[in-house]
Design a binder for this molecule. Sequence first.
Ligand code: NAD
Length: 461
Amino acid sequence: MTLQEQPGGPAAAPEPAAPQAPTAMARVGVIGAGYVGLVTGVCLSALGHQVTVRDIDPRKIGALNDGGVPIYEPGLDALMRDNAERLRYTLSLERLLESSDIVFVAVDTPPTYSGDADLSRVMTVVDELAAVGGDARHVLVMKSTVPVGTGEQVREALDRRGLSQVGYVSNPEFLKEGAALDDFMRPDRVVIGSFTPADGDRVAEIYAPLGAPVVRTSVPTAEMVKYASNAFLATKISFINEIANVCEEVGADVGVVAQGMGLDRRIGGAFLQAGIGFGGSCFPKDVAALKQLAGNSGYHFQLLTSVIEVNELQKRRVIGKLKKHLGALGGRRVAMLGLAFKPGTDDMREAASLVLAGRLLAEGAQVVAWDPVVADISDRLVGVTIARDPAEALEAADACVVVTEWPEVVRLDWPALAGRMARPVLIDGRNALDPDAMAAAGYTYEGIGRLPGGRGAGGSV
Ligand code: NAD
């Protein structure tokens, strides 16, 4: 079904539509072969579309043309192989434009020092389109997360460069790394904001086989749906983290509190897992960008300011917990299990591990880390030793911090590993382990918002 913007009030909630038969094959281009671009391209090829992916990074395009996958995303390599005949990779924008009618833009929009989104890659694409020229009526579909007003800015820039025949559609992406294929193929909704209904229709047709609810709206509103969604999810995380911190003070268990809250359908259980804060390439930058967007328009977004501050402080709370058990951290050996910002990805952007490791090194601690996928972080942080396996990381360690709740970390033989440590102090930054089992295995266990050793923490809903 399609949800149209209602001038007189909120529209009815979209209901899932029945999957539809594949529409005619479209010629699709994707600019940017990163987490979003590659997943978009490969998934659209799996829907039967002919896809050309363009990046400016010759290593990425070289690897893709050699059958490799330059990022870690579960299932992506297999889907890419299965649809290889409908996928092309190129460094040339000309080639992409020749072989496509609808062009998805999935370039990075990283934060600037001011917290605003850096739109330079997006605007480079517009310049490049103008340089290639031509009069084909492509539709540019913005998948990158861009501040409200960007679409209008791009529309103006296209017109100024003599590209008024090129259409523009905002189509924000909501996938999560680690579950990106499923999120793309089974989205909760597809948001399409367009200046002209015909351009929006062309994009809606591409997604028709998914049978997902479609929200049709204006370009600025579509842009805002993305920012508001990410800001709300980040707010939920900071909220439960503050509840966890209060739980520690008053002797309550945040896991049961979250379960009890989540059963209320008005609240829902998602994004209520307390931990050491959110990271990744999206939440921190999108929350900061929305705060800046509001500020630039003269509105002080008080709530988001707190959400950001709570998150920063949360990443540092582990240091206090370690000091409680070890005293001064100078010379202590601390093992970190997990480096990626979350399980299922090799993405290290804004990972909590970087803040934690940086703080530990500044305290004079020796940091040894292990991650099942990330094998090197020397380009981001110098001084962390990467262990070959968890046992090597834990050998003679004074404490271990679970930073990323990888299944490979959760399923470790924890009782056997306790004996390898100089002191079996275990800080579970993701509340991923059973406190009672860890206490029974000999660990001095502490989670986030859970009572040490699981004492009094239990309960069920
Ligand atoms: P990424 O850094 O992984 O990929 C961006 C790619 O674009 C890079 O490979 C880069 O080389 C390429 N690129 C830059 N300029 C280019 C140009 N002119 N032509 C061709 N390629 C160019 O970024 P990402 O994580 O895929 O994110 C892309 C956008 O999607 C961002 O705006 C992000 O906020 C948004 N987003 C990301 C996620 C996520 O989970 N990663 C989810 C939803 C939305």
